[in-house]
Design a protein around this ligand. Structure first.
Ligand SMILES: Cc1cc2nc3c(=O)[nH]c(=O)nc-3n(C[C@H](O)[C@H](O)[C@H](O)COP(=O)(O)OP(=O)(O)OC[C@H]3O[C@@H](n4cnc5c(N)ncnc54)[C@H](O)[C@@H]3O)c2cc1C
Length: 292
């Protein structure tokens, strides 16, 4: 398929994805675009839909494992400033899907609003956080979402209210949709107290994350009221290796891609863990990591 003339400045072919994802591995995207305004965003989504091109939105790449063969479709990256705007109106924080979750937390506290600070330290963008209903300390992001705006395949915007989103444990019904903006309904709070809480949570999170490696991912969802970390530790899988991919030995719910690791090795390791955990505990660990 050729890129139409009016999109040639925006859409690139065979763009390597490895530098754009935390694990640093995997093949290229057949087509890749980084729209810098809503019109470009709509134009590229519409073109992909009209041509039956599978489309994926890329946030910060902290939760994606790209196969060696790459992604045979269009990847839309939301890194541009126009898709990352954060604004406050009363108790509402409106965030562009490409905005960093960490920036939204800081913006809210600066505006004397609480409700997001427990999510501090979760890497990634607002869009990915909402589509995956990220959670920390038993509270998910869905509890403070007021409404979500998604882009339909024809490039128009649809608004979905919180109760229609279907937020459940680490899931939503938004899977496969393109989130462009989110309204959060937050609560007024004292910025000094909120900052203290944020700092405490930040220290706790940093101490529960591998410090020696950058190329990491959190492959599994904590099963209801259980911890994937403990399950993996208890079945004796901490530190196991598959080629140059391993589970961290101290924090075994993290996958580490060492120098020379491949996507196939990561996938094999994930399968081994799922099989062993299922065999020894009867629990079928669900994947958090998105495989492209
Ligand atoms: C060190 C570390 C710690 C983590 N801690 C936690 C944690 O405590 N709790 C937790 O829940 N998760 C955690 N995660 C997982 C990860 O941070 C979250 O899943 C995060 O939301 C991913 O954001 P991202 O922007 O990097 O998404 P990406 O990796 O870029 O994308 C992830 C998925 O979201 C989709 N997506 C991205 N943007 C949009 C959009 N605008 N519209 C529709 N779909 C979109 C992508 O297509 C993809 O399927 C952790 C990961 C790491 C590496």
């Amino acid at each position: 398929m050729t890129i139409p003339e009016h999109l040639q400045h925006l859409v690139r072919s065979d763009e390597p994805l490895a530098p754009l994802v935390w694990l640093g591995i995997g093949g290229p995207a057949h087509f890749f675009a980084e729209p810098v305004d809503p019109d470009q965003f709509a134009g590229v989504i519409k073109w992909a839909a009209e041509n039956g091109l599978p489309t994926r939105v890329l946030g910060s790449g902290s939760n994606v494992l790209v196969r060696e063969s790459g992604f045979d479709g269009l990847v839309v990256s939301l890194g541009a400033a126009a898709t990352s705007v954060l604004s406050i109106d009363g108790e509402r924080l409106t965030a562009g899907a490409g905005g960093k979750l960490s920036h939204a937390v800081v913006k809210a506290i600066g505006g004397s609003l609480g409700g997001l600070e427990h999510l501090v330290g979760i890497p990634g963008t607002i869009g990915a956080a909402v589509v995956g209903n990220v959670s920390s300390g038993g509270r998910d992001i869905g509890s403070v979402v007021e409404r979500v705006r998604v882009m339909l395949p024809d490039g128009t915007i649809k608004q979905i209210e919180q109760d229609e989103v279907g937020f459940t444990h680490r899931k939503t019904s938004l899977d496969g949709m393109t989130i462009v903006e989110v309204d959060f309904k937050l609560e007024p709070g004292d910025p000094v107290a909120l900052t203290k809480r944020l700092q405490k949570l930040w220290i706790a999170r940093n101490s529960s994350r591998p410090t020696d490696f950058d190329r990491i991912a959190m492959p599994f969802i904590d099963p209801d009221s259980l911890s994937a970390r403990e399950l993996i530790q208890n079945v004796g899988l901490a530190g196991i290796r598959e080629g140059a991919a391993s589970l961290d030995s101290a924090q075994p719910h993290y996958l580490v891609a060492h120098e020379g690791a491949t996507s196939d090795q990561c996938l094999k390791l994930i399968e081994r863990v799922r099989e062993q955990v299922l065999l020894q505990t009867g629990i079928d660990l669900q994947l958090n990591l998105q495989i492209w």
